[in-house]
Write a protein of this length. Sequence first.
Length: 146
Amino acid sequence: MIKLQVIGNLGKDCTVKEVNGKNVINFSVAHTERYKDNQGNQKERTTWVECAYWTDKTAVAQYLTKGKTIYAEGSPDTDAYMNKDNQAAATLRMRVQTVQLLGGNNPDGQQGSSAPQNYAGNTQNSASTASASVAATSSTADDLPF
């Protein structure tokens, strides 16, 4: 199994659709990496991940709004195509299994670090993924194997 983990900001409000009787929440996550090139010039590169979150629990959609910082994990997929300039391009996609809301804008518009909230989808391993997330956050230095 290949697992993709992404921390980033939502580029726009999510959309909720019903497909063949099942709900899917679609959203885009952006992560911007800042670095210096060989000449010492400051550079910036943004990677976008198109996410599909198949779940019966669509209540999380009200919180998946533009600018929110989230953690998402799931299975990666790519889609290769030719862009409008006839250049090869690709889209990174993820079938989301877990979404976690991180700090950021509160509903009242104030900045703050709210407690992370986990949302696991309807997948076979979502319970183990959610419990692994809880176990990872409750570890102490004595629990580490090194």
